[in-house]
Design a protein around this ligand. Structure first.
Ligand SMILES: [Mn+2]
Length: 313
């Protein structure tokens, strides 16, 4: 996978870019298959802030997988290497400023637009979930949104640009061709919003639905071959494995359940971009949330790459 920035070094040595991959400056993303970008913004948080530290924590955790300089990621369960031949780079962070909401949101959109225009697939690491609406604005055509989350993020009672509203904003502004949500649960999704979302065509696969129906319930909502955008809110996962987040909710997905969704959608459609949001290291324990996040991103982009490049024997 690409040219390792720091060949031969151990995970604990060197500069912790994502997977210790080469750092390319903003605007230098041409020719790379995937471009990781940090968006350290958490002013959309409704409860416990701190997700601005998510990109740094996820990058540091990702170095656990950087043996051999990240040059090969052999998945022993799959019996093959993931991301083989893919060029993946870390383009640093969007330069977020405090209390500068509109400028920050414009900067996010511009940055993602640049990555897309360069022919690369953006892999954004948040930051709170409000960033997803600004990211979706960057695509020339609205993709289908595959959204893993405990919450529908369709709140009508919150201001427009919070982490409880990106899906409402995306639907109202026509930024998505459709939405399927997986892992929704708990007592913080309002009845009126739930009804309205479904009326507007949002498919809600609750955590319980998913346990009963598996990935079929998700795939049924998305046309085969469609352009997809995958947004992973880490709170889709159970707080037992993902405590480091602002609004944890019991009863979430296991790692294996979540990975199955990611692999299935990557093989079902054409993923044009993705994000992983709401990792809040201030509430993490033993870095388990950040490690889960790093692993999910590797699994996802590995599956996207595999769908693009037919497997060789
Ligand atoms: Mn969310």
């Amino acid at each position: 996978m690409g040219t390792p920035e720091q060949p031969g070094t151990m995970p604990f040595v060197g500069i912790p870019s994502f997977l210790k991959l080469p750092i390319v400056p903003e605007g230098g993303a041409t020719g790379h298959d995937f471009t990781v970008v940090g968006i350290p913004f958490d002013e959309g948080t409704s409860s416990r802030p701190g997700a601005r530290y998510g990109p740094r924590a996820v990058r540091a955790a990702s170095t656990l997988y950087s043996y051999e300089g990240g040059a090969e990621l052999f998945d022993v369960e799959l019996g093959r290497s993931i991301l083989k031949g893919a060029s993946v780079v870390d383009s640093g962070d969007v330069a977020i400023e405090p209390a500068n909401g509109d400028a920050n949101r414009d900067a996010m959109t511009r940055r993602i637009r640049g990555i897309v225009a360069a022919g690369s697939t953006p892999v954004a690491v948040g930051g709170d979930h409000s960033i997803t609406a600004s990211i979706l604005k960057a695509f020339p055509a609205p993709p289908y949104l595959v959204h893993l989350d405990a919450h529908m993020d369709f709140d009508s009672y919150l201001p427009r640009h919070t982490h409880g509203t990106p899906v409402r904003l995306a639907v109202e502004q026509g930024l998505v061709a459709g939405v399927v949500q997986v892992g929704v649960r708990g007592l913080n999704n309002g009845r009126a919003d739930w009804l309205e979302a479904r009326e507007r065509g949002v498919t809600v696969v609750t955590a319980e639905d998913y346990r009963l129906s598996g990935v079929d319930a998700v795939l049924a909502a998305v046309p085969s071959g469609a352009a997809l955008y995958v947004s992973i809110d880490i709170d889709a996962f159970d707080p037992g494995i993902a405590p480091g987040t602002g609004t944890p909710e019991p009863g979430g997905l296991s790692y294996v359940e979540g990975r199955a969704v990611l692999r299935a959608v990557a093989g079902h459609g054409r993923v044009v971009g993705c994000d992983l949001v709401e990792v809040n290291p201030l509430f993490d324990h033993g870095e388990i949330t950040a490690i889960l996040a790093a692993r999910l991103l590797l699994d996802l982009i590995g599956a996207i790459w595999e769908a693009r490049i037919p497997r060789r024997p």
